[in-house]
Design a protein around this ligand. Structure first.
Ligand code: 4VN
Length: 331
């Protein structure tokens, strides 16, 4: 049987860094408030790079590090809620940029859970035996959809991209995904929205300013935070149960980087040392679908994650949809 394995991880960020102090010049906020409430100190913000540019940088790094050309790829999945365009997809743009002539490519939209959902899908493509090698990339230019007049949301988000090269291993004796549980509750979807496209045609009345606002991220912060505190640790605990593993047996927990206080709470609820929950949100803010692959790429670069199949790692995404989900992986 073909088992999927991560053959490499990479990330890319826009060069421009915006500190909390710089934001406090734009809106009524402060470094102190942002740091103590969220853990964020700075974020990278696009100076013109679009989502496909960041995703293409990640793809090129992944190919170079593995000594491959784009022609070796069978598929490309880009998880994003900020595509350059609805069509062509961001993944199709990446496919063209890296010359992946034999790869089919598509975007997957599951907000901050996008990378986890996409990694699960890619695992199934490979374990089906039909496809051997592909890229799974989370990429966002959230600065395009931030309401820069809203201090409650503008301080939280950042731009970036990360991804992995996934490859079939026909000699593997252990699976890649030991257990998984992906969830959605569309009935609570209205507490976190963006890029709402309103019906506009010559036969209905519409208002341009209403449309501009509908494009922006709108969040009921309390409702989303409460969701993350209640449903996410429950989902992690249930997925661990499915894997027959305890939290103690997990080397690292790579959770969506939304808020450091939330990570504190989840670690406590799972009675697990906070150090096992990797964190980099102080430098990047919340990059939605990109946050987990950026965290993974850094953890591989700094040696915490060895990538030699000796470790067990939990990936958990959660956010708009509402969507959430956990993969327990042998990595
Ligand atoms: C998951 C979460 C968040 C999120 C929600 C609220 C929030 C992050 C509200 C209270 C505020 C500090 C910041 Cl938990 C966002 C997403 C979307 O990716 C997913 N921070 N805060 C305070 O302390 O007043």
């Amino acid at each position: 049987m073909s088992v999927a394995r991560i053959r490499g991880a990479a990330h890319a960020l826009p060069r421009r860094v915006v500190t909390n102090d710089e934001l406090s010049n734009l809106m009524d906020t402060s470094d102190e408030w942002i740091r103590t409430r969220t853990g964020i100190r700075e974020r990278h913000v696009s100076s013109g790079e679009d989502t496909s540019d960041l995703a293409t940088q990640v793809a090129q790094q992944l190919l170079t590090a593995s000594n491959l050309t784009g022609e070796a790829l069978d598929f490309i999945i880009v998880a994003t809620m900020t595509p350059d365009s609805a069509m062509p997809s961001t993944a199709a743009r990446v496919q063209a940029a890296i010359g992946a002539a034999h790869a089919f490519a598509y975007d997957l939209t599951a907000a901050c859970s996008g990378f986890v959902f996409a990694l699960s899908q890619a695992d199934k493509l490979i374990t089906s035996g039909r496809y051997e090698r592909g890229l799974v990339i989370g990429a966002e230019v959230l600065s395009k959809v931030i309401d820069w007049r809203d201090r409650t949301t503008a301080v939280l988000f950042g731009d970036g991209a990360g991804g992995v090269l996934l490859e079939a291993d026909d000699t593997a004796t252990t699976p890649f995904i030991l257990a998984e549980k992906l969830q959605t509750d569309g009935s609570r979807g209205e507490c976190l929205t963006s890029s709402k496209s309103l019906v506009q045609n010559p036969f209905v009345k519409f208002d341009k300013s209403e449309n501009a606002q509908a494009n922006r991220i709108q969040m009921d912060g309390r409702a989303v935070f409460d969701f993350a505190v209640r449903d996410v640790p429950k989902n992690i605990a249930e997925t661990l149960m499915l894997s027959d593993l305890t939290a103690e047996e997990i080397d690292y927990f790579l959770l969506h980087q939304a808020n450091s206080r939330l990570l504190d709470t989840i670690a406590k609820k799972l009675e697990t040392p906070r150090e096992k929950f990797l964190q980099n949100l102080e430098h990047y803010g919340n990059t939605s679908a990109a946050s987990i692959p950026i965290l993974l790429s850094e953890a591989i670069k700094n040696g915490k994650i060895k990538g030699d199949t000796s470790q067990k790692v939990v990936f958990t995404g959660f956010g708009g949809g509402l969507t959430w989900g956990t993969l327990v992986c042998q990595i």
